[in-house]
Structure formats: structure tokens, C-alpha cells
Ligand binder design. Structure first.
Ligand code: SAM
Length: 290
């Protein structure tokens, strides 16, 4: 039976293997065991859930995940860390590390192959900062097919603020709305940059994303995503200007916004998720997307 005594300290592991972190892989390893314990507590895991960790690094967080969840699947890009992870995770038989690029891997096959049960899945990760957004988008898109219920992710503070932003703020953007479409978000922790080796330039946050039962009425999801992206192309311009550029017709754009009771002078950050859904459905229903 594993217990807290099975945990190896990050500093000891780093010393033993003389690791030099790779900047281009976004390697900032957590060295504070209290912070890791706190993340685990807030993630609220139990032996009935399976966990995916993206980027286990040298296994600092992974060991605690193995201790607190049913099975853990780690996906790591850096093959150099194999020897280190073999050592740090040696005491756990419910964890596997696959060496692949998360953005390119077939996650559905990996999940089916390794978990092979119908337990809920949670992602817990200290994300590589340079690809936070594409990782989240991949997870959002695959959530239903892999039975993903929640993501607890550490990321750069300003990215977290954007994902968790309120309407009418400068942080609110198309990714905020996409995030709201899939999940309910909550800021779980503020993290100082001092708890990493090497130390990053900025502080971090831990954000929780709980997947919604998606009951939105939507005629064409692709069109919705496309409109969202395009309306924020020039966020200083009015929604009328952005829509006119998108459908190439200013008069028609004005009529659409008036039919939907959306003020033509609003900026993209003044419209809610529901407004964008209405806009997308209207354009689809009237065939203005063609
Ligand atoms: N989990 C460790 C920790 O908290 O100390 C390391 C976190 S570090 C911020 C990010 C990790 O993601 C690194 O181990 C890095 O090698 C890995 N990584 C970077 N790009 C990746 C990718 N495309 N696919 C999988 N892992 C990646």
C-alpha cells in the first residue's frame, strides 16, 4: 500500500539526476511540496477517478496523483526524463508514462487502452506555458468522447485571467467565451513564481474547469467558433464593423444586429456567450454564412 512516505522530494530527484530543464519545453518544475498537496486537495480526487497529467516533468505532482486517484496516465514530450520518471514513480503501480507530444497524440485511443473502465476522468497538470491554449482547446473538444469531467490546470497568471474573465473587461476575449461554452471556471489558487526551478518570469494561477452538460441550442458549432474568432479579430472596432467584414455587407449586418436587439455600437467584449450563440444561429438560419 502506497502512502505519503513513498513520495520522493523534487530537489532530491533533481540533484540525483543532475537535470538541466529545457526552456523550449516550458520546463519549470515545482519544488514546494505544500503547494502540490494544496493542488491535490483542491482537485478533490478519489480512488473512483482516473487522472491524465500532461507534462509530468520529473514526477513531482505525478506521485501525489498516483497516491490519490485510481489510475494515472501521464503524457510527456521529453524522452530524456524517462530514467528520472522510472525512479520517481517506481513505488506506484497505478501510473503509466507515455512519451509523446500531447498535441499530436491520439488521446482517445490512449484513454481507451489504458483506463479501460467507465470511471470519470480528471486532468490535473502544471501546463507547459507555451502551449496552454491549444492543450485546453484539445481537451475541450475531446471532453465528451473521453468522459472528461474536470480540468485542474496551472498556467501563467495572465492567461488564467483571460480564461476566467468577466464580460466588459479587457481580458475578455474569444477564448473566454469558448471556455464558458464548455465549462464553468473557478480560480483555485494564486501561485508565486518562487516555487519553481527554474523560476519563470511571471506568477501563475490554478484554474478549475468543470465541464457543463452542454444544453445550448446551436445550429452549427463550426460556424459559431468561426464567428467568435472573427468578431474579435479587431477588438477595438464595433461589432457592426467586425460583422460587416465577416459577411461583406454593412447594411445586412446592421439589420441582423437590430433584429437580434444588439446595439451596433457595442465592442466584441460587450457581448455575452448567449449573444454570440444568437448571432451564429441567426446567420445560419438565414443562410448568410454561404
Ligand atoms: N509537472 C511538472 C511539475 O509540475 O513540476 C512539470 C511541469 S512543466 C511546467 C511542463 C511539462 O510539460 C514539462 O515536463 C515539459 O517537458 C512537458 N511538455 C512540454 N511540451 C509538451 C507536449 N507538447 N506534450 C507533452 N508534454 C509536454
Amino acid at each position: 500500500m502506497n502512502n505519503i512516505a513513498s513520495i520522493k522530494s523534487t530537489l532530491d530527484i533533481m540533484k540525483k539526476f543532475n537535470i538541466s530543464p529545457k526552456k523550449n519545453y516550458g520546463q519549470n518544475f515545482i519544488i514546494d511540496a505544500n503547494v502540490i498537496s494544496n493542488i491535490i486537495t483542491k482537485a478533490n480526487l478519489n480512488k473512483e477517478v482516473n487522472v491524465i497529467e500532461i507534462g509530468p516533468g520529473i514526477g513531482a505532482l505525478s506521485q501525489y496523483l498516483a497516491l490519490n486517484a485510481n489510475k494515472v496516465l501521464c503524457i510527456e514530450i521529453d524522452q530524456r526524463l524517462k530514467e528520472v520518471l522510472d525512479y520517481s514513480l517506481n513505488d506506484f503501480d497505478n501510473i503509466i508514462v507515455i512519451f509523446k507530444d500531447f498535441l499530436k497524440c491520439d488521446l482517445l485511443s490512449l484513454v481507451n487502452e489504458y483506463f479501460n473502465d467507465d470511471k470519470d476522468i480528471v486532468v490535473v497538470a502544471n501546463l507547459p506555458y507555451y502551449i496552454t491554449t491549444p492543450i485546453l482547446i484539445k481537451l475541450f473538444e475531446l471532453a465528451t468522447s473521453i468522459n472528461l469531467k474536470k480540468i485542474v490546470a496551472m498556467m501563467q497568471k495572465e492567461v488564467g485571467q483571460r480564461l476566467n474573465a468577466n464580460i466588459n473587461t479587457k481580458e475578455y476575449n474569444s477564448l473566454t467565451i469558448l471556455t464558458q461554452y464548455y465549462t464553468n471556471t473557478k480560480l483555485l489558487m494564486n501561485i508565486s513564481k518562487n516555487i519553481f526551478i527554474p523560476q519563470p518570469k511571471v506568477d501563475s494561477v490554478v484554474i478549475e474547469f468543470v465541464f457543463k452538460k452542454n444544453n445550448y441550442h446551436i445550429n452549427d458549432e463550426h460556424l459559431f467558433f468561426d464567428i467568435l474568432r472573427n468578431m474579435f479579430n479587431q477588438r477595438r472596432k464595433t461589432i457592426l464593423n467586425n460583422l460587416s467584414n465577416y459577411i461583406n455587407d454593412k447594411q445586412l449586418s446592421s439589420k441582423i444586429l437590430s433584429d437580434l436587439a444588439i446595439n451596433v455600437n457595442l465592442r466584441p467584449e460587450n457581448l455575452s456567450l448567449e449573444d454570440y450563440l444568437k448571432l451564429s444561429n441567426y446567420i445560419k438560419e438565414h443562410g448568410y454564412d454561404k
